[in-house]
Design a protein around this ligand. Sequence first.
Ligand SMILES: NC(=O)c1ccc[n+]([C@@H]2O[C@H](COP(=O)([O-])OP(=O)(O)OC[C@H]3O[C@@H](n4cnc5c(N)ncnc54)[C@H](OP(=O)(O)O)[C@@H]3O)[C@@H](O)[C@H]2O)c1
Length: 239
Amino acid sequence: MTNKNILIIGSSGGIGKAFANFYSQDPNNKIIGLSRSQENFEESLYANHYIDLEKEDTIENAALTVSEHSPFQLIIIASGILHAENLAPEKSHKHISAENFKKILNVNTIGPALVGKFFIPLLDSHSPSVMAFLSARVGSISDNRLGGWHAYRSSKASLNMIIKNFSLEVSRTNKQASIIGLHPGTVNTELSKPFQKNVAESKLFSPEFSAGAMAKVIDNLKQEDTGSVLAFDGSKIES
Ligand SMILES: NC(=O)c1ccc[n+]([C@@H]2O[C@H](COP(=O)([O-])OP(=O)(O)OC[C@H]3O[C@@H](n4cnc5c(N)ncnc54)[C@H](OP(=O)(O)O)[C@@H]3O)[C@@H](O)[C@H]2O)c1
């Protein structure tokens, strides 16, 4: 992958930062970051601008701001929440809270859907381009053997539907674009920190390993993969 304009939404997160560092190894790549914390990671990002996925106007403004660097050959949506202050994933139906459920859906599903609304037009249509949303294996309904985490699981299952919908719509006008979901594995970041104690050491990836593996998946995409959710090892995750 050379000479790419790359946009990373969630550039301040564990996986987002690792993606930025990975792609910055090629000095021909121009990497733009978007996050709420406007910290500029000088070493890997060309620029970093503000976005809050819970506020549509900031998503629209961010798209306008970065449009001067378009078209993008790669847009990665590496944002998401699983827990926050006073918000823990539900172990039982008894813990479901409408307020928390809405918050998770806003950040993990509705925000990314609005990203599609404003950023799909910025994808390259003259050479191959990819829009990759960080999803999660727990969003698979057929793979759900444990239950729990009602809002987070639902938010990712719903995100997967959005990804499929976008892929169908985009394929009619931009045949060079792929819209995919990615499962990063269990990765050592703030998001997974409270839930790592039962994860075997060999199954807990560093952000660098996970981002590198997913970059390989992105590099090896075939046209028929659009609309799919792929794991870090390239295997397909069923709905
Ligand atoms: N870590 C894992 O084991 C794992 C496993 C499966 C899937 N995933 C998925 O991978 C993605 C990245 O997770 P991570 O592990 O890198 O988590 P992380 O380190 O906690 O990073 C989360 C990112 O989301 C951003 N974010 C949160 N709320 C936002 C909002 N309202 N508006 C804009 N950005 C917001 C944060 O940015 P600011 O707070 O700076 O705005 C941060 O950049 C998520 O979608 C997650 O569901 C992770």
